[in-house]
Design a binder for this molecule. Structure first.
Ligand code: PMP
Length: 458
């Protein structure tokens, strides 16, 4: 039973003592007051249980307070919390070796940080020092962090401040096969087909070549001949689980490498550690091999942590100054993250993600066929987006008011999901990887009801 601060006290403290923007991102008219979690469930202070399909933004991937991860944390808690890299302590070495063993050759050198922003910041620096070039490319709609450097990579207006941030970052058109000008049913590597027929002419899919043409135009108009890096998530997270046409990343990497960017970079902050089901790392689904991979979120199941993994060659260029991080790779984080890697394997989390995720995408696709306002269902594994539209013909985004009504309703019926997309038009489902088909059936019934009720009201 909960005996802490009252709801009113919490809201008052939030108003007085917390970052004022936190009031804005509460999202719900009637906020949720969470105080406890177990696996895919969280409880509010009144004892109401919610099915958590957002997992702290794809972070609590093993489940809240997963017994194995919690036991590993408890064990380490009594031994050693923190020391510095001046000394040699086992947990960081155990972890770096274990993490490196999960990446393909030659990605073998690990740097540990405390967040995704820090990891991306470090990767930017590394790419620039290694190539001797400065310019970095990212996709429109992306979110790569809140530090002043990564804010430059981020291409999402609500997260932009009106001051110079992260200079040298150029955004290219996100090759979004649903909202973008090109693409359609067969363009992406996805377990379900969109209802939109391929819009391409000439009897073959042109989405890939058109988006690549856009990229080439950016090279021709906005960038010097030599660049440092290309920064892309395998499936864009905050942008709303956006998927690209098949082969796009492969061809983009080639173009970047031709321009001196020896460091195409993949940001697996959301799509690593088995979240896409079919692959352990999201980039593997694109058949590409990045030179630098950044990761965070699911890496520590909620314990603050991030990492950059690169090649020995790039690491050798990153020695012009000492790189030091007080908490990066602390003994607690390493013990937790090590247990996460073990748990993914022991509990069959990746396989479950593939099976349950594919089932969920299929069930949601049925609702897409039933309702005019569900424009697109997409994703892989448990990295899923449901894009809401005014109608299927226009594909205009459903306005925030409508999104919020359904969002609130879904929460009141006991399910937490996320929202994303440049216009806030996409529901995001990125649950703990331990969810079951029964959870899926419950959510799909809830979602069906929320959409149905909204349509009846409007
Ligand atoms: N990259 C991506 C793709 C993210 O989704 C996020 C966080 N939403 C970040 C980077 C930044 O991570 P952090 O908040 O841990 O700094």
């Amino acid at each position: 039973e909960y005996k802490g601060l009252s709801k009113e006290q919490m809201l008052e403290i939030r108003r007085q003592n917390c970052n004022p923007m936190t009031m804005k991102i509460t999202y719900y008219k009637k906020p949720v007051f969470i105080h406890q979690g177990h696996m895919q469930w969280v409880w509010d202070v009144d004892g109401k249980r919610y099915l958590d399909l957002f997992a702290g933004v794809a972070t609590v991937s093993m489940g809240h307070c997963h017994p194995k991860v919690t036991a590993a944390a408890e064990k380490q808690l009594k031994k050693l919390w923190h020391t510095t890299n001046i000394y040699v302590y086992p947990s960081i070495h155990e972890y770096c070796e274990k993490l490196a063993s999960r990446l393909p050759d030659p990605l073998k050198v690990v740097y540990l940080t405390n967040s995704g922003s820090e990891a991306n910041d470090l990767a930017m620096l590394m790419a620039r020092l290694h190539t001797g070039n400065f310019d970095i490319i990212t996709f429109s709609g992306s979110y790569h962090g809140g530090s002043s450097q990564t804010m430059g990579l981020t291409s999402n207006s609500p997260y932009k401040y009106p001051i110079p941030t992260g200079s040298g970052c150029t955004n290219v058109m996100c090759p979004d096969v649903f909202r973008g000008p090109w693409g359609g049913s067969k363009c992406r590597d996805s377990p379900v087909q969109t209802i939109r027929e391929c819009s391409c002419a000439h009897g073959h899919c042109m989405a890939n070549e058109q988006y690549i043409k856009q990229l080439k135009e950016t090279f021709a108009t906005s960038l010097p001949s030599q660049i440092a890096a290309f920064f892309a998530e395998p499936i864009q997270g905050m942008g709303g689980a956006v998927q690209y046409p098949k082969n796009y990343l492969k061809e983009a990497y080639k173009l970047v490498r031709e321009r001196g960017g020896h460091a195409p970079l993949t940001c697996c902050v959301q799509t690593g550690f088995g979240r896409t089901g079919a692959h352990f790392w999201g980039f593997q689904g694109h058949g590409v091999l990045p030179d630098i991979v950044t990761m965070a979120k699911g890496i520590g199941n909620g314990f603050p942590m991030g990492a950059v993994v690169t090649t020995a060659e790039i690491a050798a260029s990153f020695v012009k100054a000492l790189h030091f991080n007080t908490f990066g790779g602390n003994a607690m984080a390493c013990a937790v993250a090590s247990s996460v890697l073990d748990t993914i394997k022991e509990d069959g989390m990746q396989q479950n993600t593939l099976e349950v995720g594919t089932y969920l995408i299929g069930e949601l696709a049925k609702l897409r066929d039933k309702y005019e306002i569900i424009g697109d269902v997409r994703g892989k594994g448990l990295q899923i987006g449901v894009e809401m539209v005014k109608d299927k013909a226009s594909r205009d985004p459903l306005p925030p008011q409508a999104m919020n009504e359904m969002f609130e309703d879904i929460k009141d019926m006991g399910v937490l999901i996320g929202k994303g997309g440049v216009y806030g038009q996409t529901f995001r489902i990125q649950p703990p990887m331990c969810i079951t088909k029964k959870d899926v059936d419950f959510f799909v019934a809830v979602f069906d009801k929320a959409v149905h009720s909204y349509m009846e009201r409007n």
